[in-house]
Design a protein around this ligand. Structure first.
Ligand SMILES: [Zn+2]
Length: 304
């Protein structure tokens, strides 16, 4: 699993990303150590729900439809004759707005944690927080990220605790308080770029509309998130199968309802985040939450 793959930019000195040079080194490493699964073999794995005859061990996935996936990743994949699965959240294509989760990344890349937390606490009111899952989310989120002081708390509060109805406004207030302006133009892959990537054998998958923690939503709301993100993709390209990736992706981030809806929508497989290999058992019985490694679990994969 990859997110941002790019070069250092001085206007966001603390932004977390994988340097393209390290991405190249990591691809070399995977090639030498494990080999890649070909697109043809992957289609067979999915059809047969069995890994036994597959050559290679690695498939590459890229989340959030970030423009660096076209500028940095795609040329590298083409050069090596590799392919990937690109998971697309669809709100930015509907209303041109940047997703809250990415606004938070940009703020954290540009400012110190304590400054952001202070600004947030100035605007945060008790009734904006939903309390029911605070303990669970506090114990299960951002455990593996070595963040700057205050950053984990800032992210956790906005992504997991604040009620969604207040969040966008709250983030925008924090941004204007610290003097930051979001620019969604060129942040995401354009439709034409998505189409071009598909022509080269890459797969596009759904990743919800607004990138919510799905387990915080009712069944009906989850259904809209999943259905609408697939209908957007189907308008852009026609593909052999449907695949989905859980936003955030940890076991706490989705629930039984999510898995049921994915089944009803005839999604062939979905990825979560759980650092272990996929087994035949997963493919047969729990293919709506296939495990997936973060790239930082392997050499050269640490964010700068
Ligand atoms: Zn995502």
């Amino acid at each position: 699993m990859y997110h941002y793959v790019r070069e250092y930019k001085s206007d966001h000195p603390k932004f977390r990303f994988l340097d393209i040079k390290n991405f190249r080194k990591q691809l070399d490493y995977f090639e030498e150590q494990y080999g890649f699964v070909s697109r043809k073999d992957w289609d067979l794995v999915i059809k047969k729900r069995n890994l036994d005859s597959v050559g290679g061990k690695v498939i590459l996935t890229f989340d959030d439809s970030l423009s660096c996936h076209f500028d940095y990743v795609f040329p590298e994949l083409k050069k090596r004759n590799l392919w990937g699965i690109f998971y697309v959240p669809t709100q930015p294509y509907i209303n041109s707005k940047m997703l809250d989760v990415h606004k938070v990344h940009l703020l954290c890349g540009a400012f110190e944690g304590p400054l952001l937390l202070n600004a947030l606490n100035d605007f945060l009111k008790e009734d904006m927080i939903s309390n029911s899952k605070i303990k669970e989310f506090r114990n299960e989120t951002y455990l593996k990220q070595s963040n700057y002081e205050g950053i984990s708390e800032f992210k956790r509060t906005l992504n997991y605790f604040v009620n969604y109805e207040f969040r966008e406004n709250l983030i925008d207030k924090v941004a204007s308080n610290v003097g930051y302006e979001f620019n969604s133009k060129d942040f995401y892959l354009s439709k034409n770029k998505l189409k071009e990537m598909c022509l080269y054998g890459n797969i596009l998958g759904a990743h919800s509309v607004t990138h919510p923690v799905m387990s915080r939503l009712q069944h009906a709301e989850q259904k809209i998130q999943i259905k609408n993100s697939f209908s957007f993709l189907e308008d852009v390209v026609s593909q052999s199968h449907k695949t989905y990736c859980h936003p955030y992706g940890g076991a706490h981030s989705f629930n039984r309802d999510t898995v049921d809806i994915l089944g009803t929508e005839q999604v062939m497989y979905s990825f979560s985040v759980e650092p272990r290999d996929i087994t035949n058992n997963d493919l047969e019985l729990s293919y709506q939450c296939l495990p997936r490694f973060d790239c930082n679990e392997f050499p050269f994969g640490k964010a700068s």
